[in-house]
Ligand binder design. Sequence first.
Ligand SMILES: O=C[C@H](O)[C@H](O)[C@H](O)COP(=O)(O)O
Length: 143
Amino acid sequence: MKIAFAADDRNATTDAVQAFLAEAGHEVIRPATSVLWPELGAAVGKAVADGEADFGVVMCWTGTGTAIAANKVPGVRAALAWDTWIAAGARKWNDANVLALSLKRLSPDVAVEITEVFLSGIAPDEDESANIARLGEMDEPRR
Ligand SMILES: O=C[C@H](O)[C@H](O)[C@H](O)COP(=O)(O)O
C-alpha cells in the first residue's frame, strides 16, 4: 500500500517504523516539508484525504499533536494508538485512516507491532452499521 509518513523527531522508534514500512513492501511517501507537528500532521492528512496515500502514519513526542493536526483535514480519521488492541479497534470501529504514534513512549518493537496491526486491520463491515452511521454523522459540520 501507499503510506504517507512523517515525524517531528528521529530516534530508534521512528527508524524502526520506517524500516518496517519499507520491509513490508509499502510505498512510503513523505508529503511533509516541515518537521513542525501541526504542519506535518496536516500534510500527511491531506495526502490521505486527497487519495495520494492509502493510509498515513504520523509520529511526534506524544503522538497527540500530529493526530490533532491530521484530524483537522476533512476526511481524515486519525487515531492515537498505544497498543495493538487500540490500533485494531481504530480500524474496525472508527475506520481510521491515519495512525498516530508516540515516538517517546513506544519502544521500537511495540511501535512496529502497532503499525503492522493497524495496516492489516479490517474496516467496519455490515455488522458495524451503527458505527458506520456514527462515522457518517461526523461528516456534517458541527458548528
Ligand atoms: O503533540 C506534540 C508533540 O508531542 C511534539 O512532538 C512535542 O510537543 C515537541 O514538539 P516541539 O519539538 O515542536 O516542541
